[in-house]
Design a protein around this ligand. Structure first.
Ligand SMILES: [Zn+2]
Length: 90
């Protein structure tokens, strides 16, 4: 049962580490993303492919799609539209 290897790789840099425990891999992944703002992924090599699928469904980093990180920046620009509405109220 100890044949499981979780490889954490970063899509933004050459960061790569291997763990034998899923919990340790998640911590390292979250830690790297938090420290660098990068987007990291994990790959699980084990005899049970179902575990990897369950991990993806659970949401490794809570962000569906790497481009979703740009959404908050786009939304903040649309705030200017509210200024037009305020002048229209008078
Ligand atoms: Zn990185």
């Amino acid at each position: 049962m100890s044949d499981t290897h979780i490889t954490v790789t970063c899509t933004n840099c050459s960061f790569e580490t291997t763990f034998s425990r899923l919990s340790a891999a998640r911590v390292a992944l979250a830690d790297h993303e938090r420290a660098t703002g990068h987007t990291a992924n994990w790959t699980i090599d084990s005899l049970s492919p179902g575990i990897e699928r369950a991990g993806e469904e659970a949401g490794v980093c809570g962000i569906p799609g790497s481009s979703a990180a740009d959404s908050p920046l786009v939304r903040s620009e649309s705030r200017d539209a509210s200024d037009v509405r305020s002048t229209d109220a008078e």
